[in-house]
Design a protein around this ligand. Sequence first.
Ligand code: MOS
Length: 750
Amino acid sequence: MAELVLTQAPAHVRHGSNIGQPLTRRDGILKVTGGARYAADNHPAGMAYAVMAVSSIARGRLVSLDVEAAKTQPGVIAVMTPWNAPRLAADPDGKDIPFSFKLDVLQSDVVRYPNQPIAVVIAETLEAATEAAELLSPRYEAEPARVGLDADEAFVPPIVGPGKPATVQHGDLEAGLASSSRRIEATYETPAQYHNAMETHAVVARWEGDTLSLDLPSQALALTQLRLAQLFGIPPENIHIRSPFLGGGFGSKAGVSGPQVLGIMAARLVGRPVKLALRREQMFGPVGHRAPTRQTLRLGADENGTLTAIQHHTRTTSSSFDDFFEPASDASHTLYASPAIATSHDVVRIDTGTPLFMRAPGEATGSIALESAIDEMAEACGMDPLAFRLKNYAEAEPISGRPFSSKALRECYEQGAERFGWSRRPLAPRQMRDEAGLLVGWGVGTATFPALMFQAQARAAIRADGTGLMETGAHDMGQGAWTALAQIAADGLGLDIDQVEFRAGTSDLPDAGIAGGSGHTATAGMALHSAGADVIAKLAQLATSDERSPLFGGGNAGVIARAGRLHRRDDESRSESYADILARAGLAEIEGRGSASADPSSQESYAMHAHGAVFAEVKVDPELGQIRASRIVGAFAAGRIINPRLARSQLYGGMIWGLSFALHEHAVTDRRSGRIMNANLGEYHVPVNADVPPIEAILVHEDDPHVNALGIKGVGEIGITGSAGAVANAVWHATGVRVRDFPITLDRLL
Ligand code: MOS
C-alpha cells in the first residue's frame, strides 16, 4: 500500500469538524418523548412476567416455601425455587471471566445476604406474579447476621480494586513523620452506598432452541455474552443482546447480574419469553454496592507547610463469599507529593451482597477522607487550604515517579479559584454569614481519576453514495456515547455526522470493550478512529493508483479526507469525491477495520490521569444545623473534549454525586437483622433538584500527547472525587465543626 500520511496524521490536521462541537444528544428527542425503548419496555408476543422473592434473613438456609399457596393465585404459570430451578452448565460462583462476580441463582438453598433471590414466580401478569410471590411464606434456618466494620477479624486482602496491591510503601514513613513539625491523625467513616440507576436491572429473555435473544442493559456486552454462554452451555454467537439504552449503570451493569440470569432461566423453564425487572428495594443486595470504610490518615508537614509523610489505612467490608475490596487508600497514591507514602487495607467479611465497582471506586471513597485530612493539615499549618494544595500537589505520580502525561492541575486550581472568588475567603471558620444570617463556608477539593483504556474493535464502511457507516458495540448509559462516539466516527471518515450511520448497543457488533473506568470514549473512540483511517486508506489506495483519478500518483505526498472528498496534500485543488472513487472502481461499499488498546510504552513512561479542582459554598442554619450547598465550581482538565455539552453534563453528574456523598447518601443497616432499613428512594437520600445548587464545570484546555492519538481522557467519574471533599471542607469553614463521619447531617453540627 502506498504510504499515506493520512493514517498517521496528527489529530489536529484531520479533526475538528465534528469533534469539539457541543451537539445535543442524538437520541435526546427519543428519550424525552418516551420513544427510547429500554430493556423492560419490550413485550414480545406470549411474554410472561417474572417476579423475584428475596431473602429477609442475612445468613442461613432456606427450609421451605409455600409453592402451593403461590400457585393458587390465578395466572401463575410456574414457581422457580432452589429445588426445581434449571441446573446451569457452569458454576455461578466461577470467576474466570474478567470482572465477573459470584451469582445467587437458585442453585442452592444457602442464604448469604439479605435480599438474596430465593424464588421466582412466573405469571401471566405482573400483578399476579407479585401477589403470588407474597404468598410464598419462606421459612429459614437463620444464623446471626454479621454486621459492620468490626463484625469479625480483619484480614489483609491479596489485592484491592481491580488488582492493585493492598499495601504499598514509598519512602520511610516513620522518618517522614519524625521529621515533621506538624502532624495530624484523623479517622473518617464512609457508609455503604447502593447503585440506584433510574432503570433497575432488567431482562426480557427469549429462547429459540439453543439460541437466546435478550433485551438487557449492559455496560459490557461482550463479557456479558461470554458469561451467559458459559452459564447456559451454548456458544457465545447464539446469544444476541440488545442494549441500545441504559438508564444508568454506575458500574453495577458491568457484569451480568444474578437476577438477570434468573430471568433467562425462567424463560427456559416455562418455554416462553419472560421479563424480569427488579423492584427498587431489590436493588439493595444482589447487584452490588459501594462498601463502607473506616479510613485513618496520619499526615506530617514541616514548618513551611510541605508534606513529609502520608499514611492512609482503610478498613472495609466484603461479602462472606466473594472478593471485592474497595481500594480507598489508593487515592493517596496520586494527589499529593510526599517523600513518604504508606497505604494499606484490611477487610472484614460480613453478611452482605458483594460490593462492586461504583462510580469512582476507591477514588471517591478515599478522596473524601484524604481531602478532609489535607484540610485539617492546612489548618494545623495555619495555611489557606488552596495555598496548601498548591504547595503540595503532585507534579509527578508520587509512588511510581512517572511524570504525569500532562500538567494541567495548576491551571484547574487557578481557573476554578478565580471563577469562584476564592481570594476573598477568610482563613478562620465561622466568619461569613449571608443576609439571612446563615453561616457560609467555602471549601476546596482536588479531583483526579486515571485515564484508562481497555480494548475495542470497530468496523467502518463508505458506501456508493459517499455516506458512511460505523459500527461498534458501544454502550450509552445516558452519558451521550451515541453522540460523542458518532462525532469521532464522522471525523474518522471525513464526513459530517449527518452523513454517517452509527450503530452501537448490540452484542452482534464489534466488541467495544467496557463502558467503565471512564475509558469508553477513549477506547471505543480510538477503535472508530482507527477503523476510519483504515477505510480512508483503502479508498485512497484505489484513487491514487488509478490514472483516471485526479489523485493519481498522490500516494507519496499523501491525501487528506475532508467533507466526503479526498484531497492531494501537496495540491488541495486536486480532489475527488468518495462516491466517484467507488463508482469508477465499481464498488458498492468499501470496508475498514480498527481496534484500540492502551499503548504499553507510553504507559510505562507516563502516569495518565485527568485532573481537577472543585470549589464549594455551603450555607448552614446556625440554630437548626440544616446544611445546603449553595454554589459549586469545578475546573477539570481531561484531555481533548469531544463534546463540551456532554462532558459538562457528565461532570455535573459527578459533582452532584460528590455532594450526595458528603451530605446525603447512606444505606443504614439494622444491626440485628443485617437488613438495609432504607432500601427505597424515599429514605435512601440522593440529591433532588432542590438540593442541587448552581453548578459550573470549567473545561480546562489540555493537550495530552501521550494518552492516545486523539488525546482523549475520561470525564465519567472524576467529578465525584474533588466535590465530596470540597463540600465537607466548606461545612467546616461555615461552622468550625469537623465532621468525620459521612454523610454530614445536621445532628452532627448541633
Ligand atoms: Mo464505572 S464504576 O467504571 O461503571
